[in-house]
Design a protein around this ligand. Structure first.
Ligand code: THU
Length: 134
């Protein structure tokens, strides 16, 4: 699947965002090596700290279905009621979850970079010196 198509899947995932507190909607689309796509959105909570990011929603859905091999994730985010345009990079906690399940040198994070551009980063670039099992 192309990066552009995966970004479109992330936009679809973002439509499901539950974000009544921040009004910041995030969507993620996680592509497995077997070709499956898992959608995730951010899910907020009145008590704030139980909030789950879009990226972790996608990962936890996939992992709980038995998936273990991941190719790339697309992420889009921005204020509600507006098409996302600006780069929305994953938070540190989500990077650490990716680090648990993905190859740091080949797993790609696909981000919008303005309305018509895409930025692709490896996990190693986003999380140098991540904590691992090793
Ligand atoms: N959020 C994500 O879903 N992913 C990120 O990587 C950064 C932040 C969500 C959490 C919260 O619902 C909202 O964005 C504002 O922080």
């Amino acid at each position: 699947m192309t990066n552009e198509a995966l970004i479109q899947e992330a936009k679809k995932a973002r439509e499901k965002s539950y974000s009544p507190y921040s009004h910041f909607q995030v969507g993620a689309a996680l592509l497995t090596k077997s070709g499956n796509v898992y959608h995730g959105c951010n899910i907020e909570n009145a008590s704030y700290s139980p909030t789950n990011c879009a990226e972790r929603t996608a990962f936890f859905k996939a992992i709980s279905e038995g998936e273990r091999e991941f190719e790339k994730i697309a992420i889009v985010g921005g204020p509600a009621e507006k098409e996302p345009e600006e780069l929305c990079a994953p938070c540190g906690v989500c990077r650490q979850v990716m680090n648990e399940f993905c190859d740091r040198d080949t797993f790609e994070i696909v981000l919008m970079d303005g309305p018509d551009a895409i930025k692709v980063l490896t996990l190693a670039e986003l999380l140098p010196y991540g904590f691992t099992l090793e």
